[in-house]
Design a protein around this ligand. Structure first.
Ligand code: SF4
Length: 348
């Protein structure tokens, strides 16, 4: 089976160039074709000699994958399904959401880093489907490069399926390719990675790149967070917060806490006070997110009026808080709704 060139770093492409008898600088030419010129076949790399292209084709292919399915929401959000091959003819499926703001100013792509997820958060459809496998850096980036209108993307968020810190090597590699001059040359300030908070991985992430980070908090109290996020047991949120206090958030790098609001679960005044106490002294913002009901769940979303009161209370106490309306719920592309469980069964 030919190996994919797409998703490899410059150093890896240089090694491949040498291994097939080309000069080292051919690695930079290949990177240029892959990431600047968006070429989809080795034949398209026309500044490599025919002989060089034939040599490459003996073991490699570009390795890009078009979406198998695209759904469009009435609010303009699009959901793409990607099927990626695995050994023995198996495949894994992931979903990606393209979210335009409707004003032509901000077009965000929400990418997946894993097929399914191991973390079992109660409010998340991806968590319910279990874990299907890690994506490679190329499979993460392919979601971006194969999206129609990708040239107009302004932001990428790693908030789709999976826990990015549980596939950190490939996530960091994808960010390296996104932000390197030989790659897509994006500013890391256009990239946000979301995590439930695994302290040693978060540390590696913060020390290895400059992308923004968003912590999925959802409850300020450990004894309650554990009920909706089992990971709290192994990685108490206080440990992640202590780690975050060791970094500078006053500059351009942004720290956000994601807080999905559940009626009667985490939306009281005392929860707001506990949240203020937890993040006290940290330069950060809080995104309050409306909950999209998922089947057979005890959880219900907090009303918009109550969310606004919660936000105003936090803001009056000096914390930057905003309400983020999830888009694409009619095509199950909104926060917490991505799931390929059915697609996985259909596709096998
Ligand atoms: S919310 Fe994120 S970490 Fe939790 S189960 Fe869903 S995908 Fe996994």
């Amino acid at each position: 089976m030919a190996k994919a060139l797409y998703g490899l770093t410059l150093v890896e492409l240089q090694e491949i160039a040498l291994s097939v008898g080309l000069k080292k600088f051919a690695g930079a030419q290949i990177a240029d074709w892959l990431y600047s010129k968006n070429v989809e076949s080795i034949d398209g790399m026309t500044n490599l000699s025919l002989k060089a292209r034939e040599a490459l084709k003996e073991g490699y292919e570009v390795g890009r994958t078009a979406p198998a399915e695209v759904l469009t929401s009435k609010d303009g959000t699009r959901k793409m399904l990607y099927r990626y091959g695995r050994e023995g003819g198996k495949e894994i499926a992931v979903e990606t959401a393209y979210i335009p703001d409707g004003y032509g100013e901000r077009n965000t792509l929400c990418v997946s880093s894993q097929a399914g997820c191991k973390m079992s958060c109660e409010f998340c459809m991806t968590g319910r489907q279990g874990f299907g496998g890690n994506l490679t850096a190329g499979e993460i980036l392919n979601q971006m490069a194969s999206t129609e209108g990708h040239e107009d993307l302004t932001n990428i968020v790693y908030m789709g399926m999976g826990e990015p810190m549980d596939n950190l090597v490939e996530v960091l590699k994808s960010i390296e390719i996104m932000t390197s001059k030989w790659g897509y040359a994006w500013s890391p300030r256009r990239i946000t990675v979301s995590t439930i908070g695994i302290p040693e991985r978060v540390k590696t992430f913060l020390d290895s790149c400059e992308a923004h980070i968003a912590i999925s908090l959802h409850s300020p109290r450990s004894e309650e967070r554990v009920n909706i996020m089992p990971v709290e047991k192994a990685y108490p949120i206080e440990e992640t917060i202590d780690l975050l206090r060791g970094y500078d958030w006053e500059g351009q790098r942004r720290l956000t806490f994601e807080y999905t609001m559940f009626d009667g679960v985490n939306d009281s005044r005392s929860h707001a006070d506990a949240l203020l106490a937890l993040v006290k002294g940290l330069h950060c913002r809080v995104n309050l997110i409306g909950f999209n009901a998922i089947p057979d769940s005890r959880l219900k979303g907090t009303s918009l009026r109550k969310m606004a009161e919660f936000r105003d209370y936090l803001c009056n106490k000096g914390l930057t808080a905003t309400i983020r309306q999830s888009k694409g719920s009619d095509i199950e592309a909104a926060c917490g709704m991505l799931s390929t469980k059915r697609k996985q069964v259909e596709g096998q």
